[in-house]
Write a protein that binds this ligand. Sequence first.
Ligand code: NDP
Length: 266
Amino acid sequence: RKGSVIITGASSGLGLATAKALAETGKWHVIMACRDFLKAERAAKSAGIAKENYTIMHLDLASLDSVRQFVDNFRQSGRPLDVLVCNAAVYLPTAREPTYTADGFELSVGTNHLGHFLLSRLLLDDLNKSDYPSKRLIIVGSITGNTNTLAGNVPPKANLGDMRGLAGGLNGLNTSAMIDGGSFDGAKAYKDSKVCNMLTMQEFHRRYHDETGITFASLYPGCIATTGLFREHIPLFRLLFPPFQKYITKGFVSEDESGKRLAQVI
Ligand code: NDP
C-alpha cells in the first residue's frame, strides 16, 4: 500500500513543496492539514498534485479544540498514519504587542509548539498502530534556535530561562507572554518555539523510541528565503534577504529543493 503522511501547513512554502515531491513518487498519500481549506485546495491544484494523491483536512494549530477535532476527523477517515510532519509555523518579527491563540497562549509558541505538541501526543497512538516499516514523527526545526550556529547568534537569541512564563500560562495577563518570563519580542518567541520543537523530539525519542520503534527527528531545511514565513517582515528585509542568503551566506535553498530534502527524510 501507499504510505500515509500528515503534513501540517501544507498550503504554502516547504509544506506544499514536500507534499508535491512525495505525491510525485506515486508512493504516498498526503493529508494536507491546513487552516485555510480553499487556499490549500488552490495550492495543491496549482502545484499540479494529482487528486488521488492528497486529501485536505482542516487544522488550526492556534486552537487546541481544532487540534482535537482534527485528530477525531482523521481517525474517522480510517486511514493509517505512517509519518507525521509538523511543519506549520508563524513568525512575527515586527509585532510590538503579543497576540494570542484561542486558548490564550502567545501566538508563535502557541501555534508552533503547543499546537504541535498536542497533535504529536495524540497521534502517537495512531503512529504506533501503523504497520509501516519506517514510522516517523518529524518536526521542522531551525538553526535560528541553535546558538552553535551563526544565525542562532543573531540577537535576540533563543532562551527558555527557567520557563516561568510558560508555567504561568504564557498569557501576558498575570504573567509574561514569553517562555522565560521576559518582555515580549516576536522574533525571540519564534526562536524559542523552535527550541521547544527540537527539545520535544529529543524527549519523545528518549521516552518512546524503544517502546514504539518510531523514529523522532527534527531537521533544518536550509534557508528558504522566499516563503510566506517572512510575510510579516518589513519590505526592505523581504527584498534583501533572498539575495543575501544566496550570495553572502550561501545558505539559500529554493522551495522545490527544500521540499525534496524533507521528502527524502520522510
Ligand atoms: P510558510 O509561511 O510558507 O508556511 C507556513 C505554513 O504554516 C502555512 O501553510 C501556514 O498556513 C501554516 N500555518 C500557520 N499558522 C497555522 C495555524 N494556526 N494552523 C495551521 N497552519 C498554520 O513558511 P515556510 O514554508 O518557510 O515554513 C515551514 C517550516 O519551515 C516552519 O516550521 C519554519 O519554522 C521552518 N523553517 C523555515 C525556514 C525558511 O527559511 N523559510 C528556515 C528554517 C525553518 P497559511 O497558508 O494558511 O498561512
